[in-house]
Structures are given as C-alpha cells and as structure tokens.
Design a protein around this ligand. Sequence first.
Ligand code: NDP
Length: 322
Amino acid sequence: MKAIQVKQVGGPEAMEMVDLPVPQPKANEAVVKVAAAGVNFIDVYYREGRYKATPPFVLGQEAAGVVVAIGTEVKSVRVEDRVAWCGQLGAYAEYAAVPSDRLVAIPGGVTDRQAAAAMLQGMTAQYLSYSTYPLKAGDTALVHAAAGGVGLLLVQMAHNIGARVIGTVSTEEKAQLARAAGADEVILYTQTDFESETKRLTGGSGVHVVYDSVGKTTFEKGFNVLRPRGMMVLFGGSSGAVPPFDPIVLSQKGSLYLTRPTLVVYTASREELVARSEAVFGMLASGKLKLRIEHTYPLVEAQRAHRDLEGRKTTGKLLLIP
Ligand code: NDP
C-alpha cells in the first residue's frame, strides 16, 4: 500500500511516499481502508519533531473509511462498517490499523469525507466551547485564526450558542469566511492591533474568553483583552511556542485563568469520545455546522498540503485522498 512516511524529522520534504505492507490487525485492532485522511497542524509538529514519534513513522492523525479486517478480540465494529478516528498516527496511508475502541461509527447522513474533516477539528471546537470554557449566550469570545480549520468550526459553535464572536484573521478573504461562519466582528491582526481593537469593540470591558491557537505572536497581548476572571485558552502554537510564563501575570491582569488543553484528554474515555463525536456529527447532520472542505489533495501531494497549511494559504479543512 502507499503511505506517507517520515524517515527523519524536518521540513515538508521529510515526507516521502513509500510502499508498505497492508497492516494486519492486532487482537484489539481493526484495519480500515482509508477513504480520506485529515490534514491538521499537529501533523506539522510531528513532522518537525516538536511532538515526538520514533522514525520511520507514517504521519497523520485522522481519517475515515471502511473496516476490512478485525482482530480476534474486536466486538465493537464489523467488516464493512464505516468508521472514523483521530489521535492515532498512521492516517496518511491507504490502510491503517487502529485500536477498535478509538473508532466511532459514521452515521448515515454524514459522508466519509465529512467524517474525516470533522473528527479532530470538530471535536476540538466542541470541547473548547462546551467544556473548557462553556460559553453562554451573551458571552464575548475572541477567536484567533478564525478562518482556519478549528477556527471556522469554533466560530460557528460559539455563534450558535449565542455568544458574541470577535475573530482575527490575516486577509480580507479570510475575514469574509469568518463573518459568514458567524463572527460578529473580524480584526485583520496583520494590519490592525488586535488588543486596542478588541478593547474598542468591547467598550473597554474585554472578553470572557480568548481561544488562542496561534501562540507566539498573540499570547501575551491576549491577557490584556480579558475581563476580570476571564479565561485564556491556549490550545496551539501555529506561529511558534509561547515564551515562559510567570503566573503573577494572572493576578496582575484581573484574577485570570490560563489553561492549555488537549483533545486527547477531553476524549480519553470511550464515553467522552463517543459523546463528542456524536455531538459533532449531530450538528453536521442537522445543518447547524457547515464544513468547508476547500482543499483536497491526492495522497502523493502531502508535501504541498503541508506547505499550503504552514504558509497560511488555507482556510477550513484540508483532506488527503489515497
Ligand atoms: P489552521 O487551519 O488554523 O491553520 C493555522 C492558521 O494559523 C493559519 O491559517 C493562520 O491563519 C494562523 N497563523 C497565524 N500565524 C501563523 C504562522 N506564523 N504560521 C502559520 N499559521 C499562522 O490549522 P488547524 O485548524 O489544523 O489547527 C489550528 C491550531 O489548533 C493549531 O495550532 C493546532 O495545533 C491547534 N489544535 C489544538 C488542538 C488541541 O486539542 N489542543 C486540537 C486541534 C488543533 P491566519 O492567516 O488567519 O493568521
């Protein structure tokens, strides 16, 4: 089978298309024929070595497809079931062996491509807006990179809850997408200082929560736009890692909260994984959540997909099709 392997961590060129044997399932695994694999910023971190895996490894954390073989102990899925998963390396391939307790069934109203597009970023937006800082109608949220993969979904969920959403983006085209997703205000943070603009837009009172996946270039200023007892949710570092942080800042800027959550922990139990994926698939099936799958690449073009993602050229979801 064809797969995208990293033999030595590095830039996009570290990804190589190779021929590997189709994996055989261990006792607790199912082998899935991949219909579509999601591209996520976390794949960049693994490829670069910021997150650790032992080379050679097949990249990719998210996919959907059909079960073609199961291990001897697997009871929860059957051959020919349509399934999706995230959080397990090996998705950039024609076939992947996945622990069966990390697979979720794809409901009838959701296509394989939609499932591959929604699992990781959709459940992330869901846990951020419903669990990490549970938004309420009337809250104001600042969402950085609002036209990105997670961003467009988080803006929609926050808007649907009834929160006022201020989004930041780098271009006018992205601003239009963020507005269409439900952002009430959009700041081009590459041209306008988001700190003073957010203060102006909130009449000086600040926001209840900052959802920050950009990190290095936005993190410190984010504390200046939070209202007292507001929450900084740092969930990524697309611009780089944040510098060391002194907790006294939380006290000085208004008894603030800081958290650095991960999807792994918010889907650690089978029950939570199923509940979050069902919540996301339910929003998709009912039309409350719209996916933007603008970028679809053949598996062999994984390097291009990464260059586009890192180059800030993309909006919404990127898929690789084996
Ligand atoms: P995105 O589609 O959001 O792509 C990243 C975006 O970040 C870009 O489009 C760009 O938007 C913005 N950005 C700002 N500065 C830079 C920079 N210097 N280089 C590149 N991009 C920059 O990616 P994803 O939706 O896949 O992921 C978004 C973030 O969420 C990532 O940081 C990821 O690690 C994190 N994440 C965290 C999870 C968790 O549980 N903690 C789970 C899933 C994702 P613009 O051009 O508008 O500035």
